[in-house]
Write a protein that binds this ligand. Structure first.
Ligand SMILES: Cc1cc2nc3c(=O)[nH]c(=O)nc-3n(C[C@H](O)[C@H](O)[C@H](O)COP(=O)(O)OP(=O)(O)OC[C@H]3O[C@@H](n4cnc5c(N)ncnc54)[C@H](O)[C@@H]3O)c2cc1C
Length: 353
C-alpha cells in the first residue's frame, strides 16, 4: 500500500504494526459483539507523528480510530472498515504538575490511576475516578466524559478539563482553553471536544484542574431489606444538606452477581446496599458520617458497616467497583442506570415484555 510506505518514511517503521496478531488484537474493544480488522496500528510518539498520520489519512480518505485502553462499552475503538487504529501507549507522560496554578498537563495515553497517584503525592487531588481507572487513559476518559464513584460531589471529567491540544482530521493542530479561570471569551471548544468520542479530533495533550487533597475520608456500607428504604435514605441524606463524596447503590441481583463473581462475603439475603463516603476536614467528615449513619438506621437499615481503615474501606468499595465486570459476565449487553427513576422505567419496560 502506497500510503503505508509513505507513513513509514514519515514516522518510522517501528511505530507501525501490520502483522495479523496485532491487527486481530486491535479488532475489538470491551464492547461485546463488534469486531473488524484494521489495516494497520500506529502508535505515535508525538503530536508531530499524529499530524503526519492524519494528513496522510485525510489525503487517502482512510478512517482513523483513536484508542486508549479500549475499555469503552460503546464500540468506540472498533474500526468500521479497515483503516488505522491509533494507539497512545507511547504518549503517556505527565508533562507538568503546576503547583502554582493547581493544574496537571498530560499526554492522552496517561493511565488515570498514574495521574491520580502522582498528584496525590504532592497533596493534590484529581477527583474523576471511573471504575476502569487502573487501566483506562486520560484521552479515553476525556473522549467519553467519564464519571466515577465521586461524581455526585465532584462532577465528571468535563468539569476538570481546562485546555486541550488536538489534531484535526486534516492534520491541523488546535489549542483550546487555558489555565486562566476567567479566560472565557468565544466558543467553548474544549467542552465541545470533551465527550466527542474521537469523532472531531485526536487529543494529543490535556491540561486538567486539580484541587487540594481532602484532609480525610470515611467509607461505610449500609444494607437494606428493599430498594425503597435505600432510595428513601438517599433522599433524606440530601434533605439533611449533605452531599456525600460517594453515594452508590446496588440492588439484590447485582449483590448476588458480585458475590458469585468475587466471593467477598456480601450478604445475599438483603434487598439493596448503599455505599456512602464523605471526605473533607476531619470534623465535617465525622459529623456527616454520623448523620448518614443515623438516617440509614431511621430508614430501616438492617446493618451499617463503617470502615476501620483505608484497607477496609477499599474492600467495601471493591464490591461497587467490580459490579460492571460481574454483571457483564451474566449478560454481555449491560445497560448502566444512574437514577432510581430510570431504574423504575426499565423495570416497567421489562415487566411489560
Ligand atoms: C470494568 C469497567 C468499568 C468502567 N467503569 C466506568 C465508570 O465508572 N465510569 C465511566 O464513565 N466509564 C466506565 N467505563 C467505561 C470506560 O472505561 C471509560 O469510558 C473510559 O474512559 C475509557 O477509557 P479508555 O482509555 O479505555 O478509552 P478507549 O475505550 O480506548 O476509547 C474511548 C473513546 O475515546 C476515543 N479516544 C481515545 N483516546 C483518544 C484520543 N487521544 N483522542 C480522541 N479520542 C480518543 C476512542 O476513539 C473512543 O471513542 C468502564 C468500563 C469497564 C470495562
Amino acid at each position: 500500500m502506497d500510503w503505508m510506505n509513505q507513513l513509514r518514511d514519515q514516522i518510522g517503521a517501528d511505530v507501525i504494526f501490520t502483522d495479523p496478531t496485532t491487527r486481530l488484537a486491535y479488532s475489538f474493544d470491551a464492547t461485546p459483539n463488534y469486531q473488524t480488522l484494521p489495516d494497520a496500528i500506529v502508535a505515535p510518539r508525538s503530536t508531530e507523528n499524529v499530524r503526519a498520520v492524519l494528513q496522510l489519512s485525510h489525503k487517502h480518505l482512510l478512517p482513523v480510530v483513536p484508542r486508549g485502553s479500549a475499555t469503552n462499552l460503546a464500540g468506540g475503538t472498533t474500526p468500521l472498515s479497515g483503516g488505522v487504529v491509533m494507539d497512545f501507549h507511547y504518549m503517556d507522560r505527565i508533562l507538568e504538575i503546576d503547583e502554582k496554578n493547581l493544574t496537571v498537563t498530560v499526554e492522552p495515553g496517561c493511565i488515570t490511576t498514574h495521574l491520580a497517584q502522582a498528584v496525590e503525592a504532592r497533596g493534590l487531588f484529581y477527583p474523576p475516578d471511573p471504575s476502569s481507572m487502573k487501566i483506562s487513559t486520560i484521552g479515553g476518559n476525556i473522549s467519553e466524559n467519564s464519571g466515577g464513584l465521586r461524581g455526585l460531589k465532584y462532577g465528571v471529567t468535563a468539569d476538570y478539563v481546562l485546555a486541550l491540544e488536538v489534531v484535526l482530521p486534516n492534520g491541523e493542530v488546535l489549542r483550546t482553553g487555558g489555565k486562566l479561570a476567567k479566560d472565557v471569551a468565544g466558543y467553548d471548544l474544549t467542552r465541545v471536544l470533551v465527550g466527542s468520542e474521537g469523532t472531531l479530533a485526536v487529543i494529543t495533550q490535556a491540561t486538567l484542574k486539580l484541587i487540594p487533597l481532602p484532609e480525610t475520608k470515611q467509607t461505610m456500607l449500609a444494607y437494606f431489606e428493599d430498594l425503597d428504604s435505600a432510595a428513601r435514605t438517599v433522599s433524606r441524606i440530601f434533605e439533611n444538606r449533605i452531599i456525600p463524596a460517594t453515594l452508590e447503590f446496588m440492588d439484590k441481583k447485582t449483590i448476588e452477581v458480585v458475590e458469585a463473581y468475587a466471593n467477598i462475603g456480601l450478604p445475599t439475603d438483603v434487598g439493596a446496599l448503599l455505599l456512602l463516603e464523605q471526605d473533607g476536614p476531619r470534623d465535617v467528615v465525622r459529623r456527616d458520617i454520623e448523620a448518614m449513619h443515623a438516617v440509614c438506621l431511621e430508614e430501616g437499615a438492617l446493618s451499617v458497616e463503617v470502615a476501620r481503615d483505608e484497607a477496609h474501606a477499599e474492600t467495601l468499595r471493591y464490591a461497587r467497583r467490580i459490579a460492571l465486570s460481574a454483571l457483564a459476565r451474566l449478560s454481555p449487553t449491560t445497560i448502566t442506570i444512574t437514577h432510581f427513576a430510570e431504574l423504575e422505567a426499565v423495570s416497567l419496560r421489562i415487566d411489560a415484555c
